[in-house]
Write a protein that binds this ligand. Structure first.
Ligand SMILES: O=C1C[C@@](O)(C(=O)O)C[C@@H](O)[C@@H]1O
Length: 493
């Protein structure tokens, strides 16, 4: 149901992304049919770069007879919620999720040793990305959280914790007296002739060499990322979480109508979900057919440009995030790698586009090079990954964010589907933690109704963007903009 439309040379027909995530469910394998991954990556990017800057052969929106015929009913952008909810029907996201799980099982073993949450500090490749930087000292309480062993909570309240503390490590009397008490727990020296009582709080602070006695941690200096220019530009990573509204129209008319509605509620920026735009659907990959393609990516550029221009006129300076959400990540189109890359590089050249979403975990081409190419065109990259069928565990979430960061993306985004409230909390906790570890703005979303709280809790967790609705939602759990704004403002205090 999801893969239909254009016919292309079998060798290039299956986005390797789908092969690697769907594993044995997929008929083709990139290894047997495509040569090495490196070759594929290079070819796709080179081919796409050439096409992205070339002028299209026609100004027809790229529709050939076959493309036009296939773009009718089947290609209509289905309602997202519907696709996700139909029982027994496997959405591409669910397929991807199941297989992503498998990949992670395998990867985990090899990653275990090299697994590290430490971030390599990067130069901001995008000049505007490093707009401001500030260093924040963690609040005192956080430092203490690091200092006090977690086990202390399990000590029965009436039992005195006894520990031998060498005299020289004990705080001077007056210091001990001045130190704030923790929740009644004390450390008492018993074996030594001099028995002194000090608060656990003070012990942790003084005894830096202690098991969990750590130096006060500094938060990583933050970079912020500006989208757009002028008065209506918006800075991610500072102040309140920013509200973004997706535009999901299938036709130019729908897109313009939605843009007008969206503009009237004054979000901070909009996301154009280009995968919903049926004029690019002649590019839809068809792994089953194996026939040669009729359309080239450049044939859809005129339609994309027309939509961008009209949208920008209506939006009057609101920054536009250009997103192609592919089927594997819950979107509306399956694309060949060279077409995905070609479209994004073309968008990077457009003055109406303020930022570009890159699905950084695609394995069919080199997303790191693509990210750099986009940044070289002065557009920041929001690196994203989506799991519609499951919630990765927290260490996996952190590693995913780490992988996205390593591609050089300016902003790190992870969205996943929770199955219970603990999953939602995991995502929120990850955002808070990641936000302290990385120098980049972070977006963390637990989708679905149960995950709605994650869409309003950015002030607490540091998740810097929330996607809200005006007309149609582009993912389950999105909240209408007016409600979203009221809650965000209330929580900001
Ligand atoms: O990545 C995201 C986040 C999202 O999936 C959400 O859950 O709000 C909505 C998408 O349109 C957007 O591209």
């Amino acid at each position: 149901m999801w893969l239909f439309g254009r016919k292309r040379n079998k060798k290039a027909a299956v986005p390797a992304e789908e092969v690697s995530r769907e594993g044995s469910d997929t008929e083709y394998t990139p290894e047997t049919e495509k040569g090495t991954a490196g070759e594929t990556a290079g070819t796709a990017l080179e081919q796409a770069s050439a096409e992205a800057v070339s002028s299209p052969a026609q100004d027809s929106g790229g529709k050939t007879e076959s493309g036009a015929a296939e773009s009718s009913e089947e290609q209509a952008c289905p309602d997202v919620q519907k696709a996700a909810d139909v029982p027994g029907e496997e959405s591409p996201a669910e397929v991807s999720a199941g297989t992503a799980e498998k990949i992670w099982e395998e990867e985990k073993a090899s990653q275990e040793e090299s697994f590290s949450l430490q971030k390599t500090e990067r130069e901001a490749p995008f000049p505007q990305a490093a707009e401001t930087a500030h260093t924040e000292e963690l609040p005192e309480e956080n430092a203490d959280e690091e200092t006090v062993p977690h086990g202390k909570k399990e000590v029965p309240p009436e039992e005195t914790v006894r520990k031998v503390i060498p005299e020289e490590q004990l705080p001077r009397k007056e210091e001990a007296a001045a130190a704030p008490e923790t929740d009644g727990e004390t450390l008492t020296e018993t074996a030594a002739p001099k028995t002194k009582t000090v608060s656990l709080y003070e012990w942790g602070r003084k005894n830096k060499k202690g098991k969990k006695g750590k130096k006060k941690k500094k938060a990583v200096p933050k970079k912020t990322v500006r989208l757009g220019q002028g008065e209506r530009s918006v800075v991610l990573g500072e102040g309140m979480p920013k509200i973004c509204v997706p535009i999901t129209g299938r036709t130019l008319e729908e897109i313009v109508d939605q843009a007008a509605n969206v503009a009237s509620v004054f979000p901070d920026f909009v996301e154009w979900r280009v995968d919903c735009f049926e004029e690019i659907h002649p590019l839809e990959a068809c792994p089953e057919s194996g026939e040669l393609p009729v359309n080239t990516v450049s044939s859809v550029f005129p339609a994309v440009d027309r939509a961008l221009k009209k949208m920008a006129d209506v939006l009057d300076g609101l920054p536009i995030l250009f997103t192609i959400r592919t089927a594997t990540e819950g979107g509306r189109i399956a694309l060949y790698p060279e077409d995905y890359i070609g479209l994004l590089l073309h968008a990077a050249e457009r003055p109406e586009v303020s930022a570009i979403d890159v699905e950084e975990l695609r394995t069919d081409s080199d997303m790191e090079i693509l990210t750099r190419e986009i940044q070289a065109r002065q557009k920041p990259v929001i690196g994203s990954a989506h799991f519609f069928g499951r919630m990765p565990k927290k260490p996996e979430q952190m590693e995913l964010m780490n992988r996205i960061s390593r591609t050089g993306a300016d902003v790190l985004k992870l969205a996943a589907m929770p199955s219970d409230s603990r999953d939602v909390l995991k995502m929120m906790e990850m955002a808070e933690e990641e936000n302290r570890l990385t120098d980049k703005p972070v977006i963390a979303i637990a989708m679905g109704k149960i995950g709605m709280v994650s869409r309003v809790s950015g002030a607490l967790t540091g998740s810097c963007v929330t996607f809200g609705t005006v007309d149609a939602e582009s993912a389950p759990g999105q909240i209408p903009v007016s409600t979203l704004r009221t809650i965000l403002e209330a929580l900001q205090g």
